[in-house]
Write a protein that binds this ligand. Structure first.
Ligand code: AVJ
Ligand code: FE
Length: 437
């Protein structure tokens, strides 16, 4: 079945919406209701805000926009408008209490599944109608990642657990991979559920560069810390230096030193920092400082995508590093199946044609690039998804973390955040020029 077959589209939308709701239900039922209304960090919304916001976006885009029906709860739209209320102030809003938020989200979902079944996708602009369902499934999964971040920030005993990722089976890998210079196709014009900022496909010329085979590990990052990386201004951009001084930052978020070793709190459990795992919870400034200390630099966004998608044998850009097949568990650590990144060198079957590993899943990877529109960008379906964030304030992250569902992760997928952010599941890999510039 192809993505132009209405039955396949309907089936795919149903599966994506159902998977997202199962995750949402788990994330909002594994703690007591009082923990859903509490604010665990001023950086995050109360979990119950995310829950009703998920339902409200679904109501606005699928019930109202696609089905053309009247608003169910127009009076709550403004409470769940992310632009009207910054996260820190959301606990002060007249939020729907947990039981009502659950009932609202499930009422919307029941109606939307009915719409999905009855809407003749055939008779509509097929891609647009089908896109709206995919967009809403991705939106819910993005908030499921946001809610997992809230769980990570939450104090107290563990509420969530998952088996560890499988141990890597391969031997030593080369430290870096040479990506040859020349043009490649960046972005997409034909991926059905690609969001506005991933479009359109266009040619980029990227000079030859070397990129790390795997993301930077905790062990490598510890060497930077031990070498006085956080006390040597040489490695830091001014705003990053200012941030670590002001907040007394001396290691990634959630690390602390005890009995001569680094420990880390992860989802309510404290453990020694595992040296072979990709480092996570670092800001763009920390990633940038590490790279400079290592005599390297962050890859640009175009370099990252070329390393992930370019197939030198055919000159084509793949959907994913391993090819065009949708992600399966052998390819990448996605979907909150494991609540941690896998050891560096895992997922040989997810490698790119040139042998770069773990580009998809595990940790979001900071790039050196500002979040900017591609040539020919058009905002849809709303300016607030991407367009209002374009500019030098936000840096691009690529590849997705262990917390991202496959529906919201592609070789072309673009995430962005402020360079000071470190509560997100962010890591990085480094690069260097192959030729003198
Ligand atoms: C693309 C992850 C930056 O969470 O702010 C959720 C996604 N947009 N609701 C975010 C999003 C609207 C967005 N990120
Ligand atoms: Fe949202």
């Amino acid at each position: 079945a192809t993505m132009t077959d209405p039955a396949a589209l309907r089936q795919r939308a149903l599966a994506a919406l159902t998977t997202a709701r199962e995750r949402t239900a788990l994330l909002t039922s594994c703690v007591e209701d009082d923990e859903l209304t509490a604010q665990h960090s001023p950086l995050m919304s109360p979990l119950v805000w995310d829950l009703a916001h998920i339902g409200n976006q679904e109501e606005q885009w699928l019930w109202r926009a696609v089905a053309g029906r009247d608003a169910l709860r127009p009076e709550i739209d403004s409470i769940y408008d992310a632009f009207e209320h910054p996260r820190a102030t959301r606990p002060t809003l007249p939020l729907l209490p947990p039981a009502e938020a659950r009932a609202y989200a499930s009422d919307v979902r029941g109606r939307v599944l009915d719409v999905l079944e009855r809407t003749p996708l055939e008779g509509r602009p097929l891609v647009e109608a089908a896109f709206a369902f995919g967009m809403i499934a991705q939106h819910e999964q993005q908030h499921d990642e946001t809610m997992l971040i809230t769980h990570q920030l939450r104090r107290g005993p563990a509420a969530l657990s998952a088996p560890p990722p499988p141990a890597p089976k391969t031997g030593p890998l080369p430290a870096e991979v040479l990506v040859p210079g020349g043009p490649f196709t960046m972005g997409t014009s034909d991926e059905a559920w690609a969001l506005d900022n991933e479009r359109p496909a266009h040619t980029r010329v990227v000079p030859a560069f070397f990129i790390d085979t795997v993301p930077v590990t905790n062990g490598a990052y510890m060497a930077f810390v031990a070498d006085g990386g956080y006390t040597d201004e040489r490695w830091w951009q001014a705003e990053g230096w200012d941030q670590i001084r002001r907040h007394g930052i001396e290691a990634p978020l959630f690390w602390h030193r005890s009995g001569g070793q680094w420990l880390r709190r992860r989802f309510g459990v404290t453990e020694p920092v595992p040296e072979d795992e990709p480092v996570v919870h670092v800001s763009w400034y920390e990633a940038d400082a590490y790279a400079r200390w290592a005599g390297r630099r962050l890859p640009t966004e175009a370099e990252w995508e070329k390393a992930a998608r370019h197939d030198p044998a055919t000159g084509r850009s793949r959907r994913y590093p391993w090819g065009d097949a949708d992600p399966a568990p052998v390819h990448a650590n996605l979907g909150q199946r494991h609540l941690r990144p896998a050891a560096a060198g895992s997922y040989p079957e997810g490698a790119s044609p040139l042998g770069v590993r773990q580009l998809i899943g595990d940790v979001w990877e900071w790039t050196s690039s500002d979040f900017l529109p591609y040539p020919g960008f058009t905002a849809f379906p709303y300016k607030e998804y991407s367009e209002v964030f374009f500019g030098p304030a936000h840096k691009v992250l690529r590849g997705g973390s262990f917390a991202v569902d496959a529906v919201a992760c592609r070789g072309t997928f673009r995430n962005w955040d402020l360079p000071v952010r470190r509560q997100i599941f962010s890591g990085f890999r480094t690069a260097r020029n192959a030729e003198p510039v």
